[in-house]
Write a protein that binds this ligand. Structure first.
Ligand SMILES: Cc1cc2nc3c(=O)[nH]c(=O)nc-3n(C[C@H](O)[C@H](O)[C@H](O)COP(=O)(O)OP(=O)(O)OC[C@H]3O[C@@H](n4cnc5c(N)ncnc54)[C@H](O)[C@@H]3O)c2cc1C
Length: 479
């Protein structure tokens, strides 16, 4: 085979890793110098604030990892096509490789670009890596997309194994001269003042190494017992891999394979339960792939006539964790403090916004998109629609979580609430999820003055439930 001398551009997107990066490996095999590129694209929409914090640290980590291989990361901002064309003419690259992405705007850009660059005689190749399987290849027996999770899971569980993850290349051939790059420090991805992300690094280490460590810790620790403990927010019982997966610092295939061959030490139901969650992520992408308007339109259009309320004051109380329902407030404050929220509590706060406050799920989805470090176009939209009852295979609308009972069931000692709502720290366990029912004397002893140190409930649960059911009945009668 002739030795190639023209460079190949590897366009990094949501695959900020060197291992199991099939586009990068193919570039090495291509033979010429490799030019890693990251574009801050405007067209595919800016990341939310919390995820920009993550992106900053993730890029720092990627730049360092590339330097160890003798390479660099070229940085550019703006339109992808213009940037690529400019870089191609500057470097004489004859090929562009990337790993596929599945959010609608990104897919549209890639499709057009692939064709245009190929028409110009370049080699353009795309690879899989963000998902376990290509959504277009997972189909029901009748050839359509899955709309229900359980058969989707069965198809994946019994189907082809995800590819075995590939190692990172040890070295990357550099071009004779490096093309111009923007300065990373000029990107200013970190928050200014106030620095609302100051506590994020208590629990997060963005980047490929951090992702691998999180996975190893989880497999050695919380994976055993995952099925039973995963629903209890005070326990550190889940993997915390979501933000690493969201920006592709680790591939889902690597996570899947890390849970293989463990059955001698770990119960098979724990492993299977964890894999089922990974497959929920996959299912959400499957839905987004087949229904690109997932974050904008109700999957079930019966909900188009739903009577959402416009209530900025309540929305604001919800975002600040000041609703007067401790489990809701703890979740919303965990989101401020760490850019994440336990899955059980995400369901509770989402249900509260949608059903107790009758605020459109799309407002909640946007808030999460801006505040979650793991904000993901598929998982976020699909889960909000799941809670709203408007989604595919969704929880029925009439199943309305009672925030007091949910708290008492999943945070029985109130440890989670005490951690994130410190003004309730001294409150007796009996009232920790319903301070508004505590006698004056109990509140006084705990140093709480309702309406002053902690809010009274912004809605009454029983009345809000009735109101939600009436709003739902109106939609049902209308259709
Ligand atoms: C209203 C709402 C919004 C959500 N928004 C997002 C989001 O923007 N990004 C996101 O990654 N997850 C989202 N989730 C799903 C879930 O809450 C998080 O994936 C999970 O809490 C992440 O924690 P973990 O990594 O410790 O999960 P683990 O319990 O360790 O699960 C392992 C992996 O499985 C996947 N997963 C787990 N649960 C789900 C689920 N319900 N749906 C899809 N994938 C899942 C994630 O990739 C996760 O990292 C949302 C859930 C709700 C109810």
């Amino acid at each position: 085979m002739p030795i190639k001398s023209s460079p190949v551009i590897v366009w990094f997107r949501k695959d900020l890793r060197l291992s199991d990066n099939l586009a990068l490996l193919a570039a090495v095999e291509h033979g010429g110098p490799v030019i890693p590129l990251y574009i801050r694209e405007k067209a595919s929409g800016p990341l939310g604030g919390a995820q920009q914090w993550w992106l900053h640290h993730s890029l720092v980590s990627l730049i360092a990892a590339l330097e160890k291989t003798g390479s660099r990361l070229v940085l550019a901002s703006g339109d992808a096509e213009k940037t690529l064309r400019h870089l191609i003419s500057e470097t004489g690259a004859d090929a562009v490789f990337w790993n596929r992405r599945y959010e609608p705007a990104g897919m549209a850009t890639d499709k057009v670009l692939k064709q245009k660059l190929r028409d110009d005689g370049l080699t353009v190749r795309s690879f899989s890596g963000h998902l376990l399987h290509e959504p277009s290849r997972v189909q029901t027996k009748s050839g359509g997309p899955y709309r229900v999770y359980t058969p989707f899971w069965r198809a994946l569980e019994g189907g082809e194994e995800p590819h075995a993850p590939a190692d990172a290349p040890k070295s990357l051939k550099a071009p004779p001269t490096w093309p111009k790059s923007e300065k990373f420090d000029d990107w200013n991805l970190l928050p200014g003042k106030p620095d609302w992300a100051r506590d994020f690094s208590d629990i997060w280490t963005p980047g490929e190494t951090g992702a691998r460590e999180k996975l190893a810790d989880f497999v050695d620790g919380a994976l055993g017992g995952y099925e039973e403990d995963r629903d209890f927010p005070a326990k550190d019982a889940t993997s915390l891999l979501a933000p690493h997966l969201a920006l592709g610092e680790i591939s889902p295939a690597a996570v899947w394979h890390a849970t293989k061959g463990l059955s001698r030490h770990i119960a098979s139901n724990d492993i299977s339960r964890f894999r089922k969650e990974l497959v929920w992520r996959e299912f959400c992408y499957h839905l987004l792939f087949h229904f690109p308007e997932l974050d904008e339109k109700n999957w079930n259009d019966d909900f188009d006539a739903f009577g959402w309320r416009d209530d900025e004051k309540s929305f604001d109380a919800w975002t600040r964790g000041m609703t007067g329902y401790p489990i809701v407030d703890a979740g919303m404050r965990q989101l401020w403090q760490h850019g994440t929220m336990h899955n059980r509590v995400r369901m509770i706060v989402a249900s509260f916004l949608i059903k107790h406050l009758l605020i459109d799920w799309r407002k909640g989805e946007k808030w999460f998109r801006d505040t979650l470090v793991d904000a993901d176009p598929a998982s976020n939209a699909a889960n909000w629609q799941w809670v709203a009852g408007s989604g595919a295979d969704a929880s029925p609308f009439f199943r309305i979580f009672n925030p007091i009972l949910q708290g008492e069931k999943f945070d029985a000692y109130g440890d989670y609430v005490r951690r994130f709502v410190p003004e309730l720290e001294k409150l007796d366990r009996k009232f920790i999820h319903k301070p508004f029912e505590a006698p004056e004397e109990v509140l006084r002893k705990a140093g709480i003055e309702l309406g002053e140190t902690y809010p009274r409930p912004i809605v009454d649960h029983a009345k809000a439930r009735e109101r939600a059911l009436a709003a739902y009945a109106a939609v049902k009668n209308h259709t």
